[in-house]
Design a binder for this molecule. Structure first.
Ligand code: DOR
Ligand code: ZN
Length: 345
């Protein structure tokens, strides 16, 4: 039985770091295990310009410990009004790694997102020419579409056409949750890849309701049925380079999760690489962890693979029940539960 594991330091290609006090509290968890992370732009005031992204990057860097080598990779939030001039500035800024598409109203702080994706084909055309990655929150928001079908509907209604129209546009379908999405990724060209979260590998939709309603398992895209989880497990254990790590760690205060109208998002940064290791171990695929966590994302984004490494040991530990932020609690994924792998700092 493998007792310890040394892998190239991983990167998290999808994280929400927020801002101010909340950022200061959650950032150390990400910076401890990942060399780089792609930082989502859905702040209360979204990061819609290059200037805002650069300022946000410097706030993140300021919040890091002075000896930290962690590198944030920034993103811009696409709106109905984003100008082509703004997009054309991006290649000069190597720290900006892509542009995030949120359908307006799909999730947390997405009100400024795009109402009709077809209206932004002007942006996608420029992005294809400049070889800028497009990061998709791949769900439709039509209230007539069942919440469990929104990812598939996005693929059928929008993504197939988008990929066909711009075959050279690099696309990351973020936080995939369905067999339909995994199949789409497998059937598309090498310009298209996907990130997968720990919660969508570990949990199915029953986990939102077992023993009563559990708001800490509510995220978007929502957890799906077991057959879809199995498809995601097959995707990661196959070692296919089109699937890579993106935690979608999304902290919300306990009081806003345990609420009559609870927020969507799961905070996984407190134990992310350990949870992924446990998943790959269960699959008898620990040899595939390093590619998924440390190589394929960097390769897709055209970044150098990291030179440093991390060590994981097979050793039980219990995820904290909560972390405290300015006197309030955040409940992490797997709070109070045992994990069989531990990161050695
Ligand atoms: O569950 C989610 N939470 N999904 C998202 O797309 C956004 C995120 C957040 O920012 O809280
Ligand atoms: Zn996200």
């Amino acid at each position: 039985m493998t007792k310890s594991l040394t892998i190239t330091t991983p990167d998290d290609f999808h994280v929400h770091l927020r801002d101010d006090v909340l950022m200061a509290s959650v950032l150390p968890y990400t910076a401890k295990q990942f060399a780089r992370a792609l930082v989502m732009p859905n702040l209360k005031t979204p990061i819609t310009t290059v200037e805002q992204a650069i300022q946000y990057e410097s706030r993140i860097k300021k919040a890091l410990k002075s000896d930290s080598h962690f590198q944030p990779l920034m993103t811009l939030y696409l709106t109905g009004k984003t100008s082509l001039e703004e997009i054309k500035k991006i290649p000069e800024y190597k720290q900006i790694a892509g542009i995030k598409y949120y359908p307006a109203g799909a999730t947390t702080n997405s009100d400024s997102g795009v109402k009709n994706i077809d209206d932004r084909y002007d942006v996608f055309e420029i992005m294809e020419k400049l070889d800028l990655p497009l990061l998709l929150h791949g769900e439709v928001v039509d209230p007539a579409i069942d919440i469990f079908d929104r990812e598939k509907a996005f693929i059928d209604q929008h993504l197939l056409k988008l990929h066909k129209t711009f075959p050279n546009l690099r696309i990351v379908l973020e936080h995939i949750t369905t067999k339909d999405a995994a199949d789409f990724i497998l059937s598309s060209s090498k310009k298209v890849a996907a990130t997968i979260t720990p919660q969508h590998l570990l949990l199915n939709r029953n986990h939102m309701f077992i023993g009563g309603i559990n708001p800490h398992h509510y995220c978007l895209p929502i957890l799906k049925r077991e057959t879809h989880r199995q498809a995601l497990l097959n995707a990661v254990s196959s070692g296919n380079t089109k699937f890579f790590l993106g935690t979608d760690s999304a902290p919300h205060l306990k009081s806003t999760k345990e609420n009559a109208c609870g927020c969507a998002g799961i905070f996984s940064a407190a134990s992310a690489i350990e949870l992924y290791a446990a998943v790959f171990d269960e699959l008898n695929a620990l040899d595939k962890l390093e590619g998924f966590a440390s190589f394929y994302g960097a390769d897709f984004y055209g970044l150098q693979r990291n030179k440093s490494s991390i060590n994981l040991v097979r050793e039980d530990w219990v995820v904290p029940e909560k972390i405290i932020v300015g006197g309030e609690a955040i409940v992490p994924l797997y709070a109070g539960r045992k994990i069989a792998w531990r990161l050695i700092s």
